[in-house]
Ligand binder design. Structure first.
Ligand code: ADP
Length: 471
């Protein structure tokens, strides 16, 4: 069995969020199960591509309407990632020092066309083309409809939805970009009078998965306009919970953190990391340290954080540290709080992989008051690093966290409101005072196994059912 994952992100090459973590880990775990699992991603101008060398294995040109773009397929020299990765290098469109931008429709249509043009040249075609999110949603359509890809039409396609909020919409004036197909089937591209890449992928892929079972059920009710489509296509839809890469996310070996620790030396290990954070960010080490790591957007409940933090910090029971970036208004509000709560609050506005690791290691609690959480990886990293999650009961959070009142190991709130989040944090503060109970939970969560091993096998089992298309 030969799988090719096609994605806009892949850790450590290009990461914006959880998509990168998944595409950087799943193929590695699949490869360890004796199947060939490879990745195809755009060639961006990132720190990774600047510091590695590549070999060009294929050169060609692609057409986008009347425009012609030369492109190359590259492989990574001295690859230690644990899986083969191929890069689509379209210098004029993809080679930028960021992943996403306002001209993504053109960029990712080109990426998808170049990917399929190149797959056509493979002698030994893949068994499965596994697409990730809307950036690759047109691939199942082109494979099944575009005349030039007829040779790929019998290859099974799987689409994994990591986030249904973003759908890759574009107008019909770009229809001509898509390699020729029977116009009678143009409806497959349409959703609400525009071309919708995610909807197209859902209609045309042989199977559709989400990154947690609860998220799939939630999408049938609320999916930014696609709920009726997901209900209609339910027979080919299922949810497979993401795993975590336990080689990268391992407090015993993690190079990023200040002191490594395992289940036997949790106390001293976490304390050293907490001390680093408290020294660096001027926080009171005696108080429980509550952290938030993530994109500052409505989906994550981020606009409520400034008010929640202000209320919590006024009572002086906790220290709070935030790492994130996103909405400029929210960033400004979070910055403003620094002056008012000097000594118990700080925020690093930006993206910092190393700091995120130290925060998972040094924190006592991790806050995730998400409105939408397709899977959420942060809570699984937190568990592994002995940090107790305080989360909303939604999506993947619902599938991974059990409340302490139900013999579990986390703190759960139902609503996304200032009151509900503040109350959940107060429960965390109270747990912190019951020192033995707190320590027992901390030790227990480090042993919870969320490795990709199980989930990688679940995808393989799904691939094995793909002899026939479900309609
Ligand atoms: P999403 O993909 O919706 O952003 P996930 O929980 O699936 O959320 O994945 C988020 C990933 O991005 C985690 O690895 C998290 O540690 C990381 N991350 C998010 N924001 C930052 C940041 N500002 N700095 C470093 N890492 C971040």
């Amino acid at each position: 069995m030969k799988i090719i994952h096609i994605s806009a992100e892949c850790y450590p090459i290009a990461k914006v969020g959880g998509l990168a973590d998944v595409v950087g880990a799943l193929p590695k775990y699949q490869s360890s199960k004796k199947i060939t699992s490879e990745v195809l991603i755009p060639f961006y101008d990132t720190a990774f591509t600047q510091t590695h060398t590549f070999t060009t294995i294929y050169k060609s040109k692609l057409n986008l309407g009347d425009a012609v773009f030369p492109y190359e397929i590259k492989t990574l020299d001295n690859n230690t990632l644990g899986f083969e990765v191929f890069f689509v290098d379209i210098p004029q469109q993809l080679f930028r020092n960021y992943v996403y931008s306002s001209d993504d429709a053109d960029r990712f249509i080109s990426f998808q066309i170049a990917s399929l043009d190149w797959l056509l040249t493979w002698k030994d075609k893949p068994t499965i083309v596994h697409c990730h999110d809307h950036h690759t949603g047109l691939i199942p359509f082109m494979m099944s409809q575009s005349l030039k890809y007829k040779k790929l039409s019998r290859i099974s396609s799987v689409l994994t939805i990591h986030n249904a909020q973003y759908q890759g919409w574009f107008s019909y004036d770009k229809l001509a970009y898509i390699p020729e197909f029977d116009m009678e089937n143009a409806g497959l591209l349409d959703w609400n009078h525009q071309i919708n890449s995610l909807a197209t992928g859902i209609k045309c892929a042989w199977r559709v998965t989400t990154v947690s079972p609860s998220y799939m059920e939630e999408l049938k009710v609320k999916a930014n306009g696609l709920e009726s489509l997901l209900r209609h296509e339910h027979k080919k839809c299922s949810g497979i919970l993401n795993g975590i890469d336990t080689d990268v996310w391992n407090p015993e070996t993690d190079d990023y953190i200040v002191k490594n620790y395992g289940p036997t030396i949790v106390q001293s290990g976490k304390k050293a990391n907490k001390k680093y954070l408290c020294d660096r960010f001027n926080l009171d080490i005696k108080k429980p340290l509550i952290v938030f790591i993530g994109r500052l957007v409505g989906e994550k409940g981020a606009e409520l954080l400034p008010v929640v933090f202000d209320l919590i910090l006024q009572e002086k029971h906790s220290s709070i540290l935030l790492l994130g970036s996103g909405n400029k208004e929210i960033e400004k509000e979070l910055e403003k709080l620094k002056e008012k709560h000097k000594g118990t609050y700080n925020a690093f506005i930006g993206y910092d992989e190393k700091l995120s690791h130290i925060m998972y290691a040094g924190a006592d609690f991790l806050l995730m008051p998400s409105r939408v959480e397709p899977c959420g990886l942060n809570q699984m990293y937190a568990l592994r690093y002995g940090t107790i999650p305080v989360v909303r009961n939604i999506g993947g959070l619902k599938d991974t966290i059990i409340d302490i009142d139900n013999k579990g190991f986390g703190i759960i709130h139902q609503e996304v409101s200032v009151y509900a989040i503040v109350y959940a944090i107060k429960r965390a503060e109270s747990l912190y005072k019951h020192i033995q109970k707190f320590k027992n939970i901390r030790n227990r969560i480090m042993g919870i196994n969320h490795s990709w091993d199980t989930s990688a096998q679940a995808y393989i089992n799904l691939y094995k059912t793909l002899n026939t298309k479900v309609s």
